[in-house]
Design a protein around this ligand. Structure first.
Ligand SMILES: NC(=O)c1ccc[n+]([C@@H]2O[C@H](COP(=O)([O-])OP(=O)(O)OC[C@H]3O[C@@H](n4cnc5c(N)ncnc54)[C@H](OP(=O)(O)O)[C@@H]3O)[C@@H](O)[C@H]2O)c1
Length: 244
């Protein structure tokens, strides 16, 4: 249900994993809009968690991303670009569809959604945009060049837009998670190369980052206390970015 005096927050890729944890974290405080590809799943989540609405949409298709604002039919004050896909593969095995879909979902969708909601944020002189990148975009990950490329590009976009929107009281930041124990890492190719324990052995703190830790940092970045933090690339990675 939409409540008039609450801010509207859109979290893409919120049918599960990190996005759903963020959505649940904000369910009482904001009008939360969730997205994913499957309407029935989103509808159930919406009913169970009292979210304000849901938009089923495959964000790897250009025409769907452009239409998204119309489908949503409301303005957004806080945008969290979280939807993303992870391809773990040697470079010779990428096909054109992998490349196109990853570029659309991981790069173009965040940019076009910001384009859709920036005018409203500008007009009210307040907005918060958080992109969810990856430590693979900060450091590079072997056998994930496409994914690393898309996530590195989000860092550039974040800095450029933070500058462009600074005088409108809109902050733009990027959170780069390390390994988080979600569906995303149940990836067949990855599991052939690394067991769960072998992944943990590569993490300095020897643990996965939790989705709730990411939601807490989002809460801080949205708060008034963080109004001077913009254009920042924040690693939440249990030490992964430090080397080992
Ligand atoms: N897990 C990690 O270790 C990790 C590490 C670093 C960064 N990240 C980043 O964190 C973000 C969330 O990842 P996660 O771990 O929570 O992954 P996840 O559990 O696989 O969730 C991915 C979300 O994105 C949505 N999604 C996937 N493809 C989509 C498409 N074509 N169109 C629209 N929505 C789509 C999924 O919805 P449906 O499947 O229901 O459509 C789901 O809600 C991603 O950007 C990821 O790159 C994750």
């Amino acid at each position: 249900m939409l409540i008039r005096d609450k801010k509207n927050i859109l979290i893409t890729g919120s049918s599960q994993g990190i996005g759903l944890a963020i959505a649940k974290h904000f369910a009482c405080k904001y009008n939360v809009f969730i997205t994913g590809r499957y309407g029935e799943k989103l509808k159930n989540l919406c009913n169970e968690n009292n979210f304000a609405g849901f938009i089923p949409c495959d964000l790897s298709k250009f025409e769907n991303i452009e239409d998204f604002h119309k489908k949503l039919n409301t303005n957004i004050d806080i945008l969290i670009n979280n939807a993303g896909s992870y391809i773990y593969s040697i470079i010779e095995n990428y096909n054109n569809k992998d490349i196109y879909d990853s570029l659309m979902l991981n790069c173009a969708a965040p940019l076009i959604l910001i384009k859709s909601f920036a005018s409203h944020m500008k007009s009210q002189k307040w907005g918060r945009i958080i992109n969810i990148g990856s430590i693979s975009g900060v450091m590079g990950e072997a056998n994930a060049s496409l994914y690393s490329m898309t996530k590195a590009s989000l860092i550039g976009m974040t800095k450029a837009l933070a500058l462009e929107l600074a005088q409108d009281n809109i902050t733009v930041n990027i959170i780069n998670p390390g390994w988080v124990d979600t569906e995303l890492i149940n990836n067949e190719n990855l599991q052939e190369d690394f067991s769960r324990n072998e992944i943990i052995e590569t993490i300095p703190q020897r643990r996965f980052v939790t989705p709730e830790e990411i939601a807490s940092v989002c809460e801080y970045l949205i708060s008034d206390n963080a109004k001077s933090i913009t254009g920042q690339s924040i690693n939440i990675c249990a030490g992964l970015s430090l080397g080992y």
